[in-house]
Design a protein around this ligand. Structure first.
Ligand SMILES: [Zn+2]
Ligand SMILES: [Zn+2]
Length: 175
């Protein structure tokens, strides 16, 4: 059984890590995006140009993290990663992206300090993907879950089987 998540459970992870760092993010709204596919999570802040101070705007997570696409550990990692962005920008009032300061705080929070989540969706999870097929014989060549360069420049590619053009269709497939 894939574990699915509610926004309240995501909030709970954020609350716990906030307690650990003694810096709450309970007031920051959480949005779930059906359109965010390149990134799994995002923290937004805004700057006040008069005071040069950053204040929080929102956390956004892709709906895929609620749907059971990732392991429980993976979801925690994705959520805590965004908390660390929040902590560094709002508490420290510094911009570090994914540098060594960011990695240091990730490790303090108990997650791997990499810039990108390395986990893959769990087996059997149906995900919408761009499916690539040979336009001549219809053979499935592969799929991409994100709008990659190949997808954008598909007319430049040929299938290995028939050396024909490649078609793309958006389908729900089990990965
Ligand atoms: Zn990040
Ligand atoms: Zn073919």
């Amino acid at each position: 059984m894939l574990k699915t998540w509610t926004v309240e459970e995501i909030r709970e992870i954020l609350h716990e890590v906030g307690e650990k760092f003694n810096f709450s993010c309970d007031e920051v709204p959480i949005f779930i995006s059906t359109r965010m596919t390149r990134r799994l999570g995002c923290f937004r802040a805004k700057i006040n140009y008069e005071t040069s101070k950053y204040s929080p705007v929102s956390f956004t997570f892709t709906k895929d993290i609620l749907n059971g696409a990732y392991s429980e550990e993976g979801v925690r990692e994705i959520v805590i990663h965004e908390y660390i962005h929040y902590y560094i920008i709002i508490k420290l009032q510094e911009i570090h992206n994914h540098d060594e300061v960011f990695i240091k705080y990730c490790k303090l929070a108990g997650i791997p300090g990499s810039s990108k989540f390395s986990g893959k969706p769990v087996a059997g999870y149906k995900q919408s993907a761009y499916v690539l097929r040979c336009s001549h014989c219809g053979k499935m060549i592969g799929y991409k879950t994100r709008k990659t360069k190949i997808i954008k420049n598909i007319e430049k590619y040929r299938s290995n089987c028939c050396y024909a053009g490649i078609t793309i269709s958006k389908e729900e497939i089990a990965i």
